[in-house]
Design a protein around this ligand. Sequence first.
Ligand code: F6P
Length: 326
Amino acid sequence: MTLIKKIGLFTSGSDSPGMNAAIRAVVRTAIYYGIEVAGIRRGYEGMINGDIIPMDTKSVSNIIQRGGTMLKTGSSEQFKTVEGRKLAYEQLKKNNIDALIALGGNGTFKGAKEFGEEYPDIAIVGLPCTIDNDLRGTDFTIGYDTAINTVIEAVDKIRETAESHDRLFIVEVMGRDSGMIALRTGIGVGAEAIMVPETRSDLNALFERLEKGRKDKSSKIVIVAESDEPGSAFGIGRAIQEKYPNYDTRVSVLGHIQRGGKPTCMDRVLASRLGVAAVEGLKDGHTGEMAGLIHNDIMFTPFGQSVKHLHDVNAEFIRIVEMLSL
Ligand code: F6P
């Protein structure tokens, strides 16, 4: 058991739906155990600037259902420097903070790892919050389920207009280096093809897939992860138009709507479970680790191993898209 008196809680990097539910869970669990909580606003930048506010059970009322983050977020160039991290440490000491809970993704945990190695007297536990689902040490990240549900709702609408006009749509979804959003939503919307960065995708293979499909299909949907190698959805759309001038092709980039919105029940429950686990983990002496859920069990993974990981693309998922879209 470690005696923790005051936790500094912050969100950092890109926001994700469910961050507020995790904030609520951390604050209320800490208070349950008699630990104080301070909210650090705007991530590492706020830590350096001392943008720190007290939090109590009331300050997290009515946020479980809201997207975004009440603590605001961002990235900090200054925190990447030794001097910046020293300033942050001094602010934490000044505010009597002896432990941190970091909500974020890859960049957040890289920063937390460096900080923890330089200042081991401040314990740090992380929670995986990103719509990309690209972290090792958890089967699902907080925000992913909401994002994929936002995508399928949007693409179902696109399918209706595509069907009415006999059109082919290229729909670009988020995932800077990860095709996890494209992969699941591709199955969920019954896409004719998906393109993800984890597999080598070339345009000829895409043309082949489109030709294989039933000739009498009136609409076709191709889901592309934003970072796929052949380029942006617009580039792919142009290539299809050139190759098949008869296809009436349109491009739709879903963009940041995927990052907002009410978290789904799955994300709220995941955030609540992990929020409790983070506080209890700190009490049990965990530090330098991310709390995640593997096979429905809480697991702690060192920051060094949890950072960005391209989940092995499940070959079964790709096979399902190909088989079921015939
Ligand atoms: O990492 C989350 C993410 O939403 C990626 O999927 C996307 O590429 C990126 O953030 C967009 O970042 P920004 O909001 O800074 O443009």
